[in-house]
Design a protein around this ligand. Sequence first.
Ligand code: FDP
Length: 340
Amino acid sequence: MDHEADAYRTDLMTITRFVLNEQSKYPESRGDFTILLSNIVLGCKFVCSAVNKAGLAKLIGLAGETNIQGEEQKKLDVLSNDVFIKALVSSGRTSVLVSEEDEEATFVESSKRGKYCVVFDPLDGSSNIDCGVSIGTIFGIYTMNHSDEPSTEDVLKPGNEMVAAGYCMYGSSCMLVLSTGTGVHGFTLDPSLGEFILTHPDIKIPNKGNIYSVNEGNAQNWDGPTTKYVERCKYPKDGSPAKSLRYVGSMVADVHRTLLYGGIFLYPADKKSPNGKLRVLYEVFPMAFLMEQAGGQAFTGKKRALDLVPEKIHERSPIFLGSYDDVEEIKALYAAEEKN
Ligand code: FDP
């Protein structure tokens, strides 16, 4: 990219313009998706600003704590959830919302309903909030294919039925990465304009990478294929160099790096958590959708991640995602184990 020329670019592809362009390819489209997305974008901008001000505004703290004015302080994840729920409901384009923060799904009142269902984690990587490390919002979008009363069945569908997915990373810059099923595109927030500008068009993950990303502290509880795979990353037998280990502990940051640099991100099952840790609807599916759209793969240890059919809204699944060839390797190890 020519950074000098970039600094003087006047024809800016904002995320709204990008989605409107995409939408114009479908004459039957009525702009509902663009409206929904601009409300998601609004939520991301709000959370980005809150994350940046967190220290200053004393937003960090226990939910329910009161500040010196006697006002109740909200923890960032609680605040982010409120913001997204309100933005999504007020879009008038949603019927069912599932948030990591809420035990039950939210059903939008009939006068404000629309054809989309959104599953999201408003602030993922919460253990990193208080130390200023990158965190993010993850979302996936389904369409309702009926006009009856909405129910959780409208979101308990395989990930391959999602119509769009994305994440926003609140890091050294604020980046929104989106796929509507036609590739993966990255937009960076220009704080002076308050707009997300297309900076990473058509992201493709390298076929193979030299980074693996996993919480190795859980190694004593891993199953055979995961143990073997990580051993191979460190002591390759084919003469290739050992992979580097990078683990932020924020899924958005770890997946974002994997998408751009290649390699593999693993959150496997272990003896203590036989279903892994990450949530199917708003962590595994959106990231698997993006990986596949970028040319990579996402695997659960048993099958293609997007083919899972969740039975509960907060269900968990093991996940291995990243570069095509790297995921192929772990798939082979699981296949070999199954044969034995
Ligand atoms: P966190 O617990 O900090 O909210 O599912 C949430 C998540 O973070 C992911 O963002 C992250 O990839 C993972 O959990 C980290 O889990 P470990 O601390 O067990 O490694």
